[in-house]
Design a protein around this ligand. Structure first.
Ligand code: PHE
Length: 393
């Protein structure tokens, strides 16, 4: 399914025609080859535009298109506009693989942006790797997404770091010792975060009093929550995505569990509080940025002007992924996969809206983790956590 491309296309086509006219005239006057260079450069985006993680894809696409608008208004890449082609993967691995294959083989994109969910980035990344086409994930945090890959990059931190930050916050900021875990065993992201949190939390003197699993798409969590209630935890770590996070909060409160819940970045959606309502109030989650951070102000205003909504972290990460790609395109020897990948790998101290981005040797970025708390249905900044500065290390 192709989303929201037609309007942009006609806008692009208009820009394209005037460019052709300009370049054509210049070529005519100067005896140069006419206009081939004004062809748009295609970039692909595979995303969950629909399905239970739909806000992930929608927010990311908004962020990417905001970046593209600025890039194209400023003349694109040496006068060539950049065209974004977005395919909906519905939040499913198989669809993700198919979308990336189609972007590369039929649309001939020079690079791919996506996905949000780590399992889908693993699926799409395998296709990019095989075809030697660079891919930048704005927000997938599982270590395996980039590990050992030549063509796959990300502009965010990884889950060993995120989990250590959540563990440090729980132990040292909240002062809690007894944690239960309820994770999604079908998602690489959730499983990895559960493993990493368990290690970090124990190292900091914490105890995992219950460890329960669900399958993404489940709607009844009462069996797991009954077991968790019996273990009497002080906090429940739920490293999954927002739809289940909201439903788990509701069902936990129904069972009389009053302990706060804490999630990872996978909770970042306006839908979390829309689903969880009062039950999610006071709970925490870790994230890449928070819209009430002073350094986010300009971007938040820009996004609000364009879309009439406050961006979640994915809006900023999508914007940064596109800007990092464009920066690499400008520096690359050519737009061939290997040349472009080499330029992305050399990204250093790029000033993103979500923080400074340096791509390290494992193709990851090292950036801060923030913790937010849900108050009146909105995520509110609580702390920035650097686990390397933990008291217990
Ligand atoms: N980090 C999550 C994953 O890897 C995706 C995510 C990032 C979701 C940021 C929301 C916000 O699956």
């Amino acid at each position: 399914m192709e989303i929201n491309v037609m309007n942009r296309r006609s806008a692009l086509a208009r820009g394209f025609c005037s460019l052709v006219a300009l370049v054509g005239m210049a070529g005519w006057a100067g005896g140069l080859e006419p206009a081939a260079s004004a062809q748009p450069i295609k970039v692909g985006h595979f995303a969950s535009m629909t399905g239970k993680e739909a806000t992930f894809g929608q927010s990311t696409d908004n962020g990417i298109r905001l970046a593209l608008k600025e890039i194209n208004e400023a003349g694109g890449l040496n006068g060539r506009p950049i065209e974004l082609i977005t395919y909906d993967d519905k939040g499913e691995s198989k669809e993700a693989g198919n979308a990336v294959t189609r972007l590369i083989t039929s649309d001939k994109v020079v690079a791919v942006l996506g996905e949000v969910a780590s399992s889908l980035s693993l699926a799409g990344g395998a296709v990019c790797e095989q075809n030697k086409v660079p891919m930048i994930s704005p927000s997938s945090t599982n270590a395996r997404v980039t590990a050992g890959k030549k063509y796959v990059f990300r502009v965010c931190f990884i889950d060993t770091f995120q989990a250590a930050a959540i563990a440090t916050f729980t132990r040292e900021h909240l002062g809690l010792t007894r944690a239960a875990i309820l994770y999604d065993q079908t998602q690489a992201y959730s499983k990895g975060l559960r493993d990493d949190f368990t290690k970090s939390f124990k190292k900091l003197g914490g105890e995992i009093v219950a460890d329960q699993a669900y399958n993404g798409g489940d709607t009844d969590f009462s069996a797991q929550l009954t077991t968790i209630r019996a273990a009497n935890p002080e906090i429940i770590f739920v490293p999954g995505y927002y739809t289940e996070g909201g439903n788990i909060a509701i069902q936990a409160r129904k069972l009389g569990i009053t302990a706060p819940l804490i999630g990872g970045d996978g909770w970042d959606s306006s839908q979390l509080a829309a689903i969880g309502k009062d039950a999610i109030e006071g709970s925490y989650y870790s994230n890449h940025s928070s819209p009430d951070q002073p350094n986010m102000k300009d971007f938040v205003e820009k996004y609000q002007r364009e879309y009439g909504a406050t961006p979640d972290a994915l809006g900023g990460l999508g914007y940064d992924a596109m800007m990092v790609l464009f920066d690499a395109m400008k520096r690359a020897k050519s737009l061939n996969g290997p040349d472009l990948a080499e330029a992305i790998a050399q990204t250093k101290d790029f000033k993103g809206v979500t923080g400074n981005i340096t791509i390290d040797k494992n193709h990851n970025a090292q950036k801060g983790v923030v913790i937010v708390q849900i108050k009146n249905g909105q995520p509110v900044f609580v702390a920035e956590v650097d686990p390397s500065k933990s008291d217990k290390k």
